[in-house]
Design a protein. Structure first.
Length: 385
């Protein structure tokens, strides 16, 4: 086994945002050397890594040269140059998740077709290379309103996703390749975090339930365990395991799911990295998702995915109408509540709906945690000075 601890062995992380910063809590815990690449000179990761490089994640040469300097390469964002990862792999560099896994996930059209060919349940869809082709298909009545439009590349946190209710809604859509997806009337939006190492050991975390903000299309609360029947939870974990096996990913894979009104489980989409729906694990689980990602990419024994307590996570996003130097109003008030832990991501500038942090609320009783979460949500406001 490599000596990862207190040595010159180096993990390279593509992306220096909050997910990277939380991964660095764990590399610090184990004294594992890290090198981070990000275009933002003020990236949240900058304070915690051993070496920081400012540069584009989409530029072939930048990613390739960065990768040459590290022993294992991972990423905290999907928008990275895959060709550079492929070259590094050909030259013998360890990249987890692999370039091949990322290729199948990076483009939403390719991702959906992958589910179809691997017998993974998902909403019906059609892929279009241009907006023009989508419009023609609508004229031919191949889609009925409403349906969900998703751009094939570059969408996240509600961006690149629109509900199309009539012809008017088509007008503002950008000229990009896209998918038109059947709109699923669902009972619950669920997610399962799966971890897999190169040896093929796989574990799933308990199913979480997501409550969304009605306007921003961003998650407001993540509740663990989900308030669903055991049979549904078992089914969701089984589907997530099948997805993991099909992608042969290494590391953390977040699998977002719909529970339909007749209790089918459909895969919405996946992310091959630590994910917002797994943040509850920092306070709530025996092994949090970030430590688990590290264990997986280093081919170490996977930790327990069991929960210590019930947990609810609240996203802290910038309030509408505020832009500029961030100020967390009433943060000390929420810290006086039992079981409340705020996580501040280190972004100095706030803007409407920008993810600035999250708060975890833990309690033996999940319903009590959810009540406290409501109080937290009402009290703390992310505004500008």
């Amino acid at each position: 086994m490599n000596n990862y601890f207190s040595s010159d062995f180096t993990i390279g992380i593509l992306g220096g945002g909050q997910l990277g910063k939380m991964l660095l809590y764990e590399t610090r815990k184990y004294d594992i050397r890290t090198h981070v690449l990000d275009p933002n000179p003020q990236a949240p990761c900058k304070i915690s890594c051993n070496k920081f490089t400012e540069g584009s994640l989409m530029d072939y040469e930048t990613v390739y040269n960065f990768g040459k300097q590290v022993d294992v390469l991972t990423f905290e964002i999907e928008a990275v140059n895959v060709e550079a990862l492929e070259t590094l792999e050909k030259e013998g560099k360890t990249v987890y998740p692999s370039a091949q896994t990322l290729r199948k996930i990076q483009n939403k059209g390719v991702q959906k077709e992958f589910y179809e060919s691997n017998g993974i349940p998902t909403a019906q869809f059609k892929r279009y290379e241009t907006k023009q082709l989508l419009t023609e298909a609508i004229v031919r009545k191949e889609h009925s309103f409403p349906f969900v439009w998703k751009s094939c590349e570059g969408g996240y946190d509600g961006k690149g996703v629109s509900v199309i209710r009539d012809d008017e809604d088509l007008i503002p859509l950008p000229e990009v390749s896209c998918i038109a997806e059947e709109m699923i009337p669902f009972k619950n939006e669920l997610a399962v975090i799966v971890v897999r190492n190169p040896k093929g050991d796989v574990k799933t975390y308990p199913v979480v339930e997501m409550e969304f903000h009605p306007e921003a299309n961003q998650v407001e609360y993540v509740i663990c365990p989900a308030r669903i029947e055991k049979t549904i939870a078992d089914k969701a974990r089984a589907v997530a395991k099948k997805v993991s096996k099909s992608f042969e990913h290494v590391g953390i894979l977040a699998v977002e799911l719909f529970q339909t009104h007749n209790d089918e489980i459909l895969v919405n989409e996946v992310a091959p990295r630590p994910h917002n729906s797994g943040h509850f694990s920092i306070e709530g689980s025996f092994t949090n998702q970030f430590e688990q990602h590290l264990r997986a990419i280093l081919n170490l024994t996977l930790g327990s995915t069991k929960s210590k307590v019930g947990s609810v996570m609240v996203n802290l996003v910038g309030e509408e109408g505020y832009t500029g130097q961030v100020y967390y109003e009433n943060i000390e008030n929420i810290m006086s509540l039992n079981g409340v832990t705020p996580h501040i991501y280190g972004k100095r500038e706030t803007r409407p709906f920008r993810k600035m942090g999250h708060v975890t609320i833990i309690d033996e009783d999940i319903n009590e945690a959810r009540r406290v979460a409501e109080k937290v949500k009402q009290k703390i406001k992310v505004i500008s000075k």
